[in-house]
Design a protein. Structure first.
Length: 118
């Protein structure tokens, strides 16, 4: 399994970005996909998740209502649409995947940097 993120960059507070995670290497029909982020000096934290098959999504309280996770099955790509960005959203954003039956995420991308200026 390979996960490749893109779409990060520098944006002003209040702005928007869309991150992409291109997944390859197998069928993901039985997988759960997620976005995590890590700011300097802070542990990696969960942002959002979806199940490849189905419509369920789940968000951390800090991004709920501002971020949207979605997927394009035909392109094997997961997106994170980020609106109303705040300086506290700054960090490296990672795409992750796991089988539905696994407890932990065992596939990770290399990360993409998001910087929100005030």
């Amino acid at each position: 399994v390979q996960l490749v993120e893109s779409g990060g960059g520098l944006v002003q507070a209040g702005g928007s970005l869309r991150l992409s995670c291109k997944a390859s290497g197998r069928s993901f029909s039985n997988y759960q996909m997620a976005w995590f982020r890590q700011a300097p000096g802070i542990e990696r934290e969960f942002v959002a998740t979806l199940w490849w098959s189905g419509d369920s999504t789940y968000y951390s309280d800090t991004v709920k209502g501002r971020f949207t996770i979605s997927r394009d099955k035909a392109k094997n790509t997961v997106f994170l649409h980020m609106n109303s960005l705040e300086p506290e959203d700054t960090g490296v954003y990672y795409c992750a995947a796991k089988r539905n039956s696994d407890a932990l995420y065992n596939y990770w991308g290399q990360g993409t940097q998001v910087t929100v200026s005030s």
